[in-house]
Write a protein that binds this ligand. Structure first.
Ligand SMILES: C[S@@+](CC[C@H](N)C(=O)[O-])C[C@H]1O[C@@H](n2cnc3c(N)ncnc32)[C@H](O)[C@@H]1O
Length: 197
């Protein structure tokens, strides 16, 4: 952790962190952004010195920024399809000065998972089957996209080597390849830690 940092005040509770964003984004936090406690526990499991962690659908960057703050020796990458959320993630990352956090504006299907060592996945494709619970109406959502994205992530994860770590927060176990073994299941079965066999 960056213990000497004045920024520690933002990581004591979720409302403190969420204040870094506009009101509209704060209001989405309970449903769409990873709570600090979950990000901290997940990043402890995913981290190793100089390793690269990918957040699959990084939103406004709450997972990557929290993880990057508490695990300064690990590199956290977030890929986000919505330009405005990507811009906010960049802005807060720069405010907090976290050189081990990087954001990419793109669709997940543009990324080769071979570039990363471990993965975090917070049910990012759910808005395609429940659009009423989505972030906004700015992107196309439909059941075909849910299958397409889910299948892409499934195939990419399945191709990773033995020992690859994955954390899922909410979502269905059907999205995870059988080659991954469940090693921890907490927070009312919402937070799952997996390892590729
Ligand atoms: C539930 S939010 C989680 C945000 C972040 N991981 C966190 O925990 O704070 C899921 C995010 O995934 C993004 N997303 C959904 N489908 C995507 C895709 N195909 N490519 C890139 N981003 C995607 C959404 O725009 C949304 O911001």
């Amino acid at each position: 952790m960056h213990t000497d940092s004045l920024n520690v005040v933002y990581f004591d509770k979720d409302t403190s962190f969420d204040c870094l964003y506009p009101r509209r984004i704060q209001n989405l936090s309970g449903m769409h952004w990873t709570p600090l406690e979950i990000a901290k526990k997940s990043s402890e499991y995913l981290s190793a010195p100089n390793s690269k962690v990918l957040d699959i659908g990084s939103g406004v960057g709450k997972f990557c920024i929290t993880a990057g703050f508490f695990e300064p020796e690990t590199l956290f990458y977030g890929v986000e399809q919505r330009r405005d959320l990507f811009n906010l993630a960049e802005s807060v990352k720069n405010t907090l000065d976290l050189p081990n956090v990087k954001f990419i504006h793109n669709n997940i299907t543009a990324l080769d998972f071979e570039l990363f060592d471990s993965f975090y996945f917070f049910n990012s494709f759910y808005e395609n089957i429940k659009p009423d619970l989505g972030i906004d109406n700015k992107i196309e959502t439909n059941a075909e996209l849910y299958s397409y994205y889910t299948n892409y992530v499934y195939q990419q994860l399945d191709q990773r080597p033995s020992g690859t770590r994955l954390v899922t927060y909410h979502g269905s176990v059907k999205q995870i390849p059988k080659s991954y073994k469940l090693v921890d299941n907490t927070h009312h079965y919402a937070l799952k830690m997996w390892m590729r066999e």
